[in-house]
Design a protein around this ligand. Structure first.
Ligand code: SAM
Length: 455
């Protein structure tokens, strides 16, 4: 059998295990059920309403670590800080009710909903959500153990089944020797994909498949960097396969402890999340889904990097075809042309000031499809239910776009009333353009817009 470096793993796993146990212990998690302080409502409509400065990190001081519990098992750019859905779910809907997120990404809202004993409908154009939701949110098995995980990893390391991703460009991202090993590991996963341990390992394999590629893993955008080419060249001079196996093991153990903590916390809950992934929120048919008490979401950024492009490596390893990836990428907001002009008083004023035609189109597509997606999800909202939308005010052509105000004006014409808008300073939200520019659109803060559907 080839050199796998597995003999060193058990000691290492104990260290990781105790670290994770400490972070996700019962005592620590139990505090999360406290009721947060309240945000006071504004008496005026969107034309007069002013944003009230708040700090969700202070309001929800129970959360000390944004990647606590299973929030930490999947990487996703521009994730919600869990404090915001934590607050909204507990404050704007009741136990047992449903919550909907039409831009669910990695399912932050779903996990916060389930922890607070609410159910969630999660929708996203990115098919990855489907692979995330079970482990991250719906996992209820308390009896998973490290010894079985270890056996599964051994089986994977020794497996000879190969998986060939349906991607003509794959060789561009990997040296041949690493690619050959990853094909075997993913081959094992695809043969065992219904097994929960295999799913935990896949979570770790996704990270490894990026880390051990020529793709820059320190920036969300998918590109080959010179530094990464050099790092991989150096790695290949070492016992790289042992390093790869350790990496997979270390992360899989971390996932195991996190999902087991989640199961301990929620195994008596009957609530869960439904993930509808790989679909366009602006047009997906939601007829058969239950009524919800709350819509809470963070839409895409206006000028951010495409999500589907960012996740190409993951999607091909998970078995998606080039055709599927291309089709869904075309539906991503705001990279598709809107069939008609969006209108709102503030929007129209700003639209006139923007000079570049491509930026005018981008802005139009953004508001047209974002509001359609919100509107579609809001068809499930009960009378008197709340809608919480977390957005930034990016600059286009040097002009600041008051996104929350434009969305508020649109929904006021549809019978929604302002509850309030709360401005939260951005501390550190990893966006798309790389390490040096974590906040590419120069946004110092984000806004939580809260509206109520007329009862
Ligand atoms: C800011 S992210 C949401 C992150 C999420 N709140 C989290 O914590 O993981 C915006 C999401 O909008 C999704 N998106 C973009 N266009 C979409 C569309 N047409 N339909 C559904 N989702 C879309 C992207 O895939 C991305 O996951």
């Amino acid at each position: 059998m080839e050199r796998i470096g597995i003999d060193r793993l058990p000691d290492f796993s104990d260290e990781i295990a105790s670290m994770v146990r400490e972070r996700s212990s019962w005592a620590y998690q139990a505090r999360l059920f406290d009721v947060p302080q309240s945000l006071s409502p504004s008496p005026s409509g969107s034309d007069e309403c002013q944003a009230v400065p708040v700090s969700f990190r202070e309001i929800v001081s129970e959360i000390q670590d944004t990647s606590y519990l299973t929030h930490g098992i999947f990487y996703y750019p521009a994730k919600f800080i869990p404090h915001v859905p934590y607050y909204c779910v507990r404050h704007f809907c009741s136990e047992g009710e449903w919550v909907i997120d039409p831009f669910a990404g990695s399912g932050t809202v779903g996990l916060e909903a389930v922890l607070a004993r609410r159910n969630a409908i999660l929708i996203d154009i990115n098919p990855l959500l489907k692979h995330i939701a079970e482990l991250k949110i719906n996992f209820r098995q308390v009896d998973v153990d490290q010894a079985t995980l270890f056996k599964r990893i051994q089986a994977m390391l020794g497996s000879s089944d190969e998986f060939e991703p349906a991607w003509s460009n794959l060789e561009y991202w990997y040296p041949p020797e690493i690619l050959a090993v990853l094909k075997r590991y993913w081959g094992w996963f695809h043969k065992n994909s219904s097994d929960v341990y295999a799913q935990m390992i896949a979570c770790s394999l996704l990270r490894a498949s990026r880390r051990f590629s020529w793709a820059e893993h320190k920036a969300p955008k998918l590109f080959r960097s010179r530094m990464k080419l050099r790092d991989i060249e150096q790695l290949l001079q070492t016992d790289w396969q042992a390093t790869l196996n350790e990496f997979i093991w270390e992360r899989a153990v971390d996932v195991l402890h996190r999902v087991r903590s989640l199961a301990h916390l929620t195994h008596r809950h009957s609530c869960r999340a439904i993930a509808i992934a790989g679909v366009d929120s602006a047009s997906v048919d939601l007829t058969d889904l239950p009524e919800v008490g709350l819509l809470v979401t963070s839409p895409p950024y206006m000028q951010a990097q495409e999500y589907i492009r960012t996740f190409k490596l993951d999607l091909f390893w998970l078995g998606y075809s080039e055709e599927t990836v291309k089709r869904i990428a075309q539906l991503e907001i705001p990279y598709r042309k809107a069939p008609q002009q969006f209108h709102s008083p503030t929007y129209s004023q700003i639209y006139e000031q923007v000079e570049r035609p491509d930026l005018k189109d981008l802005m139009n597509a953004y508001f047209y499809y974002t509001t359609r997606a919100l509107q579609n999800a809001a068809t499930k909202l009960k009378a008197g239910g709340s809608m919480c939308v977390f957005v930034g005010n990016p600059k286009i052509d040097g002009i600041e776009i008051p996104t929350w105000r434009i969305i508020a004006e649109h929904f006021e014409t549809l019978g929604f009333q302002m509850y309030g808008v709360y401005e939260d300073a951005i501390k550190n939200r990893q966006l798309f353009r790389g390490r040096r520019n974590k906040n590419p659109e120069g946004m110092p803060s984000e806004f939580l817009l809260v509206m109520r559907r007329e009862g």
